[in-house]
Design a protein. Structure first.
Length: 263
């Protein structure tokens, strides 16, 4: 699976410039400078409350930054230029840029009244304006990719949690995003279902060119799929490096302390 609009491998796809996000008196992200290159897989690790999921929610425009700018494939996400000045973006501008981003949440959020195939094809038809026959074929291909072809005509309530999460992954990919965001996608699953979902994501990471930003506490998965791992604490990047470096020879005391609790 390739993305026709994606830039050359190694080009910057996502960029945070001095992004600050506060909730009341609490600063969750503190002048964050952060970038992800096209076709790369970046995993964010760190304790709860360190700002990792906030990054994903800002990219999905579920939150807006208090300061700083976010750029996706060269386009400002929550700002735009008007008369030479940077102003808050209108909904139309934001919606267009957001089409480049897909997200898989902790909860599956499937439409309970729609069968698996329709769950996957609904957004491409209504958001992208894709022809229904083309959307149906795209859905079938992606449902096969996540190993659920035999469940095409079932409702979400007839599937296990792990199967529902795989449908959610197919649904996110159906929009052909340039970057896929993964937010603790196995945290709501029973332990015996986790491996199946991680195997699907690992296959996608290794067999497609999609860019990934992943928040997870599954460190073996992070080691397997990541080109780069970032350790967060108190809204800042404490340490950044290859998975081999971060997991085997971290430099920062805070990284070593955190990994000792999760490995």
């Amino acid at each position: 699976m390739t993305n026709d609009t994606s830039r050359a491998n190694g080009a910057e796809l996502v960029r945070f410039d001095k992004v600050t996000k506060r909730f009341g008196e609490v600063t969750v992200l503190d002048e964050l400078d952060f970038s992800v290159a096209t076709n790369k897989h970046v995993t964010l690790i760190g304790p709860s409350g360190s700002g990792k999921t906030t990054i994903l929610r800002l990219l999905m425009t579920l939150l807006k930054p208090d300061e700083g700018t976010i750029t996706v494939d060269g386009d400002l996400l929550t700002h735009e230029e008007k008369n030479g000045k940077l102003v808050r973006a209108g909904e139309r501008h934001t919606r267009e840029v957001r089409k480049k981003i897909g997200m898989v949440f902790q909860q599956f959020n499937l439409f309970p009244n729609m069968k698996v195939q329709r769950n996957v094809m609904e957004a491409p038809v209504h958001v992208l304006g894709l022809d229904k026959d083309e959307a149906a074929q795209r859905a079938k291909d992606l449902i096969e990719l996540v190993g659920l072809t035999e469940h095409l005509d079932k409702y979400p309530s007839q599937l296990s949690g792990g199967q529902q999460q795989r449908v959610a992954i197919a649904r996110a990919l159906a929009m052909r995003p340039q970057v896929l965001l993964l937010d603790e996608v196995t945290s709501a699953l029973d332990p015996e279902l986790v491996a199946g979902v991680l195997d699907v994501l690992s296959d996608i990471a290794h067999s497609t060119d999609i860019t990934m930003i992943c928040v997870t506490h599954e460190m073996s998965f992070a080691r397997d799929i990541s080109d780069r791992v970032l350790m967060f604490d108190k809204g800042k990047i404490v340490e950044s490096g290859s998975p081999e470096k971060i997991f085997s020879d971290p430099e920062h005391d805070r990284t070593r302390e955190f990994l000792s609790t999760v490995l």
